[in-house]
Design a protein around this ligand. Structure first.
Ligand SMILES: [Zn+2]
Length: 309
């Protein structure tokens, strides 16, 4: 039976106990190393995947301690790895107060014990998954309440730039990249602002905000210092830039009268600029992913790819 089949000896020979006081640092980690398991045995949440999931890791007695005591099952069997599974905090809380069926008696042999373990695991997993169904139904009913709260980035709030980074770490983890603390940082240049140069060894995603509206999200690779520093302020600088968008399409945000002679001053005077700096070591794919993520969250008025619309 999964997951026991994957334990050494098919989960039907004693493997000894695991030791220590801390699950994530000691006994749970030993358990992972000895069995090769990384997932919740009930809902399959993967503790190796993300920090937040890892925090929920617990190790669960399949035949519960209370049942072992009641039946007189030897402590050696009760505490053996073969009587343990990884469980997330939710599954671990759902299985509480399990009562074994009345026909269960103390197993006479190890094989009998493993049969009992498999039977109890199957019953408990069924009950836990049913509980997940009802919890999920409840959660789904809450969506109309959550929808207006979700993915809102009130850009004027001082914590918003940090929150975008925090959320992006999860996106990066899903893409298989773990970002260290120093890999990504931000600087906020409040209006009126003076543009800064792209630091050596850094790539950037930059954001122009006007009041609570996002005008532009763009990216600059290692060799895009000019784009980062000056191009968006000068309409003639290149094919597509913020200054040009404001002159040609300013009416979309009720801004009129901007032209070559005053647009640079308007951008510096009126907009706040947020620079997200990424270490070059994270690679250009992460840069592109972060730009797309910021665009999805902030919904800039000028996307810079009207031709593709
Ligand atoms: Zn679980």
């Amino acid at each position: 039976m999964i997951p026991f089949d994957e334990y050494p000896g098919g989960g039907r020979t004693l493997l000894g106990p695991v030791k220590g006081a801390n699950c994530r640092h000691e006994y749970g980690l030993q358990f992972m190393r000895k069995t090769g398991q990384t997932r919740c045995a009930y809902c399959s949440a993967d503790f190796a995947r993300s920090y937040e999931t890892w925090l929920t890791m617990a190790l669960d007695h399949v035949v519960p301690v209370g049942v072992c005591t009641e039946l007189g099952i030897p402590a050696e069997w009760q505490e053996d790895i073969t009587n343990k599974v990884l469980a997330c905090a939710a599954c671990n809380s759902f299985r509480n107060r399990y009562k074994p069926p009345a026909d269960v008696s103390c197993p006479k042999t190890q094989d009998d014990f493993f049969d009992l373990r498999d039977r109890i695991f199957a019953e408990r997993r069924k009950a836990i998954l049913e509980r997940h169904d009802s919890e999920r139904a409840f959660f789904n009913k809450l969506q109309p309440l959550f929808d207006p709260l979700r993915r809102k980035y009130p850009e004027l709030l001082p914590e918003a730039p940090e929150r975008l980074i925090h959320d992006f770490r999860t996106v990066a983890e899903l893409a298989g990249v773990r970002l260290a603390g120093e890999d990504i940082s931000c600087e906020v240049l409040s209006a009126p602002h003076t543009p800064t140069s792209l630091p050596a060894g850094k790539m950037a995603v930059y954001v122009f905000l006007w009041g609570d509206r996002c005008l532009k999200v763009g990216k600059a690779g290692l060799n895009s210092g000019a784009r980062y520093l000056s191009q968006h302020y000068n309409p003639q600088s290149c094919q597509s830039n913020l200054a040009k968008s404001l002159i040609e399409k300013g009416h979309l945000i009720d801004v009129t009268g901007l032209k070559g002679s005053n647009v640079k001053a308007w951008i510096k005077q009126k907009t706040t600029r947020i620079n997200y700096l990424l270490d070059q070591g994270v690679g250009v794919h992460m840069l592109s992913l972060f730009e797309a993520f910021a665009q999805c969250c902030l919904k800039p008025k000028f996307e810079g790819f009207e031709a593709q619309a």
